[in-house]
Design a protein around this ligand. Structure first.
Ligand SMILES: [Cu+2]
Length: 158
């Protein structure tokens, strides 16, 4: 078990390095959290999608991953709702930082949406297969108020 978690941390760290090497706009804060995860061995909040799949858990009010790295092409995101409230996973194609989106009526604009896993009830799950081009994306839960409480993150496609 311990060995497994160390491997996962190393993988996440390597991925953060790759992201930086790609000249992406990975913020220093996400690099910092990846380093923190590596040093604490807490499992981390940086997810490297493998095999075209990414498993994300939603809680009140955060996602299990703050950053996700994936390869271009099909990515199936599975969302598990471990919270008490309904949550969703909306993927937006934008170069904006996850925390910098404009909020109106408690939600952000979905005009840049490239797909979503909508309205997953407490204890439930859902999934969606996105077909992604390289670039920067932001994922949010757009249930009113949830984005502002921290339900957001960055997806980088290489
Ligand atoms: Cu939510």
């Amino acid at each position: 078990m311990r060995r497994l978690s160390i491997t996962a941390v190393i993988a996440a760290g390597a991925c953060a390095l790759v992201a930086a090497g790609c000249g992406g706009s990975s913020s220093s804060s996400s690099a910092g959290s990846a380093k923190l995860a590596a040093s604490t061995g807490s499992g981390g909040d940086a997810l490297a999608a493998s095999g075209g799949k990414a498993d994300v858990t939603a809680k009140d009010f955060s996602f299990s991953s703050k950053t996700i790295d994936a390869k271009a092409g099909k990515l199936t995101v599975s969302l598990k709702n471990a919270g008490q409230e309904e949550h969703e996973f909306v993927l937006l194609k934008t170069d904006a930082a996850p925390a910098s989106l404009k909020v109106k009526g408690g939600s952000v604009s979905e005009s840049d949406s490239v797909g979503e896993i909508g309205d997953v009830e407490a204890g439930g799950s859902g999934q969606h297969t996105f077909n992604l081009k390289p670039g920067h994306y932001v994922f949010v839960c757009n249930v009113p108020g949830h984005y502002m409480q921290g339900m957001r993150g960055a997806l980088t496609v290489h």
